[in-house]
Design a protein around this ligand. Structure first.
Ligand SMILES: [Zn+2]
Length: 140
């Protein structure tokens, strides 16, 4: 069945749900809910996927969740980078060995029209920080 191919792995609830013999029941795991740690507002939801050369990914439900919440939605393709043998980056406060191809999806009405931007780990963290800083719901 398609859903076995579609969901790579999940927790025990996911496993349990996908074994229900009723194809009319739909289910997804929501990959990312980025939120503001002070006010608790949801900043964005995202679908994540390891990049394997294809820029296509079904984001229908993640997009609907973003639109329903009135927040941003992203499709995040990630690509791990080989770590060097030396540990020159041990002083960093984040893992630099990841790059991303990221598209906003909340304004789209189908699984097409993705406009990807490349991000290094540092650039994406800066973007996350910018989203947090620009968030102003009035809550202190
Ligand atoms: Zn807020």
């Amino acid at each position: 069945m398609a859903r076995y191919n579609y969901f790579g792995r999940g927790d025990e609830y996911s496993e349990w749900h996908r074994n229900i013999q009723d194809d009319s029941l739909g289910y997804i795991d929501l990959d990312v809910v980025e939120f503001h740690k002070t006010c608790g507002c949801i900043l964005f939801v995202a679908e994540t996927c390891r990049f394997k050369g294809s820029y296509y990914k079904n984001t229908t439900l993640t997009r609907k969740i973003a639109q329903g919440l009135g927040c941003r939605g992203y499709l995040i393709f990630y690509m791990p980078i080989a770590k060097p043998q030396s540990h020159v980056d041990e002083h960093l406060w984040y893992d630099p060995y990841m790059t991303f191809k990221i598209a906003r999806i909340d304004h789209l009405s189908s699984n097409s029209g993705y406009e990807f931007r490349d991000f290094t780990a540092e650039e994406w963290i800066k973007h996350l920080q910018d989203i947090r800083i620009r968030h102003n719901c009035g809550h202190k």
